[in-house]
Structures are given as structure tokens and as C-alpha cells.
Design a binder for this molecule. Structure first.
Ligand SMILES: Cc1ncc(COP(=O)(O)O)c(C=O)c1O
Length: 391
């Protein structure tokens, strides 16, 4: 499809290649492999001399449709879909780096990504230095001659730290490193890192791209040579691939992405403002609030504040757990990006496996709560949180 269409059009129509049955909705190709006309065609497909599907670990039309649609929305040349967001980060590192290479990462990233860098990748000779994502000089100081990759999330999970993508793209370019941005919290509906200079965008499609808490998935989007030569090659061989069924669910999720992101951002902003006025709340982290340290940058870089609101309650872990346990509506679950609002205590769940030192470095306190705001009534959500705050 012509990618000059408006993103609203691309979100519902990009990636459609109708079969001989001319179905209107996207077809679900639930098959492990594809049949060849003859031995010569099989050989030509395996040798990459003829385009076409072979085996669903690395070629499936439903997965391709999702890849095409997401690439169009992010403004990238190519996309490779993976089994989960973590598989997307792993495939990026395994596909593009080698033993002895160095990564510089923002310290404000998802706990499992910290674990991946410091335990799994470290075993294979990849070293990671963590820096304060908001300080471009800290990134520059951490660079080494063997730095190949700079990694960040913006806004970060759970503290909604906003990093200047364009500024860091300049740092990465000067250092000959790749800038990789996890765009999970904003999605292309609110922020497009590639036109700002990032080399690759990572997604946990499990979150807002699905948007309804149904399937796991991930993706990497960027220039064709990075995505297809490096990352796709790893995926084809190692196999952390997206299932066609999940790709079909995600295709449908993309169709409503913008309207969900706008509605959920609007609700999150209202809840953030309300929390800021509560005497039991020490601090609210939300990029859309004027009190957010990078509010101006967030409003330049993002179309809205996003749907994640984190806040520190007075009274530490006991007070935070009281708020969680008093909820009757908001789900106590680690996922985010759902139409159903969720609440979690990062220090003992999503960030529980990293060391106390790494948690402190990332600013994850014992009184911190993260609410991923869904599509319920704003008043009902406020009442649900007020019960534990005021009780
Ligand atoms: C910002 C961010 N990146 C990556 C991931 C990992 O994604 P997945 O759970 O799909 O592997 C998560 C999961 O919560 C996340 O929040």
C-alpha cells in the first residue's frame, strides 16, 4: 500500500494482500508450512531466489501483514515481528552485536531488559553501562570505542522519564553507535522515534498494540539492512517468532490504536491531576503534568502524555499495598496497555528481580505505584484509588 496515506488510513488498511477468496477482513494463515509446486520451486525459495512463503518460523502472510502495517505506522522501511517484546530486544542484540561489543543504556528501563543486559548478554561477552537517560553528557561519557548500541525507553516504565530522542540520535551518530528506542508506552500513535533520528524502534506488542490484554508479541522496526540482514537472520535461525494467530489479533489491535491511545491518555491526565491534589500522595510521575521535569520535552516529542501514571504514596510499602488491596475495579496485574486499568507495585513485581542497588539507581521506591489507565469511567477509577488512599 502507498505509505503516503494518513496514519489513520494505514492503521486499518496497510499490509492487506487479499487471497484468491477476496476476503474483506485480514486472513489468518494458521499453518506451519507452505506447499511448493515442485522441487525446483522449493530449492529456489530456500535459496532466496524466489520470493514466497516457506515455513512460519520466518515467513507467514498474517505475520507479514502485521509487520507491514506496523512499519507503515512507525515510518520505517522494514519490521520483523517476534514472540514477545523481550524477544524483540534479544533478537536486536543477537542479530546486530558480537562478543566484545558495548551497550550504553538508560537506567530507567523495564526490569527484564536490565536482567537481559546484565545476566544473559553479559555471559556472551556483551557489557552494558547504565546512565541517567535524561543527561546527554552522561551518555557521551559512557561511550567507548567498542560501543555499538545505545538503548532507551521514553517515557520509561514506571517513572515516565522522558529522554530527548533527537539529541541522543546525534550522540549515537557521532559515536558510530545505533540508537534503539523502546516505544512501548507511546506507540506510533503518540510518538515516532525513527523520524527523530532513532535507528530502530522496539515494541512489546503485548501492550498497547494489542491493547486488550490478549496476546504476547513484539517487533523491531527500522532500516531494511538492519532489520532484514541482522535481526531477521537471527529470528529465522533461532526462532523466537510471532505466531500467526497473535499477528492476526495484533493487526486488529492496530486498527483502534490511535483512538485508544488518545482516550486513555485523556483519562490518565485527569487522574494524574487528581492524584497531585491528594494529601496522601508525595509525588506524581506523568509527562503531561506541568510538574514533570521533562514536561516541555514530552509535549514536543509526544502527541499526548500516554496512559501510564505512577505515584509515590506517603508511608512506603505498607501504604502502597493498602491502595492496591483496596481496589475493587482496577486489576492487580503486571501487564499494562489494556482497556482494563491495572495497578502494580513495581518494587516487588516488575522490578523485583533487579538488585536493590539497581532499583535505587532507577528511582523505584517502596511507596511507588503504577497505574496503567484503561477505558473505564474516570470517576469510577478515582473512587477506586481514593478508597485505599483515604482509608
Ligand atoms: C517498556 C517495556 N518493554 C518491553 C517489555 C517486554 O515485553 P514482553 O512482556 O512482551 O516480552 C515490557 C513488558 O512489560 C515493557 O513494559
Amino acid at each position: 500500500m502507498n505509505n503516503s496515506y494518513d496514519p489513520d488510513t494505514l492503521a486499518v488498511r496497510a499490509g492487506i494482500h487479499r487471497s484468491q477468496f477476496n476476503e474483506h477482513s485480514e486472513a489468518l494463515y494458521l499453518t506451519s508450512s507452505f506447499v511448493f509446486e515442485n522441487a525446483a520451486q522449493a530449492a529456489a525459495r530456500f535459496a532466496n531466489q524466489e520470493p514466497g512463503n516457506i515455513y512460519s518460523r520466518f515467513t507467514n502472510p498474517t505475520v507479514s501483514a502485521f509487520q507491514e502495517r506496523l512499519a507503515a505506522l512507525e515510518g520505517g522501511e522494514a519490521c520483523v515481528a517476534t514472540a514477545s517484546g523481550m524477544a524483540a530486544i534479544l533478537a536486536t542484540c543477537m542479530g546486530l552485536l558480537k562478543s566484545g561489543d558495548h551497550i550504553v543504556s538508560s537506567s530507567g528501563i523495564f526490569g527484564a531488559t536490565v536482567q537481559l543486559f546484565t545476566t544473559v548478554l553479559a555471559k556472551f561477552g556483551l557489557e552494558t553501562t547504565f546512565v541517567d537517560g535524561g543527561d546527554p553528557d552522561a551518555w557521551r561519557r559512557a561511550l567507548r570505542p567498542n560501543t555499538r548500541l545505545m538503548f532507551l525507553e521514553t517515557p520509561s516504565n514506571p517513572l515516565t522519564e522522558v529522554v530527548d530522542i533527537a539529541a541522543l540520535a546525534g550522540v549515537a551518530r557521532a559515536a558510530g553507535a545505533l540508537l534503539v528506542v523502546d516505544n512501548c508506552l507511546c506507540t506510533p500513535a503518540l510518538q515516532k522515534p525513527l523520524p527523530l533520528g532513532a535507528d530502530l524502534v522496539i515494541h512489546s506488542a503485548t501492550k498497547y498494540l494489542d491493547g486488550q490484554g490478549r496476546v504476547l508479541g513484539g517487533a523491531v522496526v527500522g532500516r531494511r539492512e538492519l532489520v532484514m540482514d541482522g535481526i531477521f537472520g537471527f529470528l529465522r535461525t533461532a526462532g523466537p517468532s510471532l505466531s500467526p494467530f497473535n499477528a492476526w489479533v495484533l493487526l486488529k489491535g492496530l486498527e483502534t490504536l490511535r483512538i485508544r491511545m488518545e482516550a486513555q491518555s485523556h483519562a490518565a491526565a485527569a487522574i494524574a491531576r487528581w492524584l497531585e491534589s491528594r494529601p496522601q500522595v508525595e509525588r506524581v510521575y506523568y509527562p503531561g503534568l506541568a510538574s514533570h521535569p521533562q514536561h516541555a520535552l514530552a509535549m514536543r516529542q509526544q502527541r499526548a502524555g500516554g496512559a501510564i501514571v505512577s505515584f509515590e504514596v506517603k508511608g512506603g510499602r505498607a501504604a502502597a499495598w493498602r491502595v492496591i488491596d483496596a481496589t475493587r475495579l482496577i486489576s492487580i496485574t503486571a501487564n499494562l496497555g489494556d482497556t482494563k486499568s491495572t495497578i502494580t507495585h513495581p518494587a516487588t513485581t516488575t522490578h523485583g528481580r533487579i538488585t536493590a542497588e539497581a532499583r535505587a539507581r532507577a528511582g523505584i521506591g517502596e511507596g511507588l505505584l503504577r497505574v496503567a489507565v484503561g477505558l473505564e469511567s474516570i470517576d469510577d477509577l478515582k473512587s477506586d484509588l481514593a478508597r485505599g488512599l483515604e482509608g
